[in-house]
Design a protein. Structure first.
Length: 337
């Protein structure tokens, strides 16, 4: 069923436990790219083209999924249960699968005008909700006057958050990220265009020049870049890990991330039970422990405002479950904006 090369692609006991006697003779492969009409899968010795099962769409699959096929066949028989799934809801309300079976998420931003705390919090909420270890990677430190200030701000976003400063072009960047890139590990990389994601992927993958992803310069006026990566794809990288590269995201809406927000804003979550009222909004109620912390200087008012904005957006965008088993979506909550 499996080979040592598949273990290098992230195969583990979690997936092996899902196999039953009827699967004997089948082959496990990992989805490396998802296109409109076809899937590409990594076998451990190369990539093959696959078709989705009957009555299924390629959009039902995510890069990083493990699937079973018959030897030499070109169709997926079954997708194995995912250990983790990174996903988001698009502006039109559709659910978009970003990456599956990811151990760590590199959230890449640069030490310039691209650095945005509110946007980083959105990425962190998604990672927290999926149960994925998030790491903020701060690039372009060679162009920053005070890269350390960006490090301090990023570390304050979440308790025990990993933050790494590096030059994406430098050889030592691989060593800086090696704790998350061991054999059998899977890392996904997200971030805005122009922050050095493709440069970092090229460095980590140690590709020959002809195989490297294209990189583009940023506009000097606002440090914005143009999309270089246009689709999600899985790559093997230095250290024996797999990396899932993703296109830059212009917008990132939050929905279905209530638990992720609780982790992100743990200092607020832990104060809430101490409020006088159980339904305290932390805005104007007497006996509010959160507002008391703001008044005492223990909690930033700006931080509280960002929590409130994300909480309201999450409530507005998260479908309300109803029906006898709460399994029928009936629109979305309309919270105050």
């Amino acid at each position: 069923m499996t080979s040592p090369k598949l273990h290098g692609l992230g195969w583990s006991r979690f997936f092996a436990a899902q196999l039953d006697p009827d699967d004997a003779g089948l082959v496990a492969v990992r989805i490396a790219a998802v296109h409109r009409s076809r899937l590409m899968a990594e076998t451990g010795t190369g990539q093959i083209r696959l078709d989705p099962p009957a009555h299924a769409s390629t959009m039902d699959f995510a890069v990083g999924d493990w699937v079973l096929i018959e030897p030499g066949a070109e169709s997926v028989l079954r997708r194995l249960e995912r250990r983790t799934l990174l996903r988001r809801r698009t502006e039109g309300g559709h659910r978009q699968l970003i990456a599956a079976n990811v151990d760590s998420l590199f959230i890449v931003t640069s030490c310039n005008e691209d650095f945005n705390l509110a946007r980083l919090e959105r990425y962190l909420a998604l990672a927290n909700e999926a149960g994925i270890d998030a790491v903020i990677v701060l690039t372009k430190i060679d162009q920053a006057d005070d890269a350390g200030s960006y490090l301090v701000q990023a570390k304050a976003l979440q308790r025990d958050l990993g933050v790494v400063l590096l030059n994406a072009k430098a050889p030592e960047a691989v060593d800086r990220l090696s704790p998350w890139c061991g054999p059998g590990q899977t890392v996904a990389i997200v971030g805005s265009s122009g922050v050095g994601k493709s440069t970092l992927v090229n460095n980590l993958a140690d590709k020959a020049p002809a195989e490297m992803q294209l990189t583009r310069s940023i506009r000097e006026g606002d440090a914005k870049g143009r999309h270089t990566t246009t689709s999600r794809s899985l790559h093997t990288i230095a250290g024996g890990a797999c990396l899932i590269d993703t296109p830059g995201m212009r917008t990132l809406h939050v929905s279905d991330v209530g638990a992720g927000l609780d982790v992100l804003f743990a200092e607020i979550t832990e104060l809430a039970p101490k409020c006088r009222f159980s339904d305290c909004t932390h805005a104007h109620e007497p006996g509010c422990a959160v507002q008391a912390a703001v008044a005492a200087g223990a909690l930033s008012a700006v931080r509280l405002d960002r929590w409130r904005k994300l909480r309201d957006e999450n409530r507005a965008n998260t479908p309300v479950q109803s029906g006898p088993r709460r399994n029928k979506a009936q629109g979305t909550r309309r919270g105050r904006r």
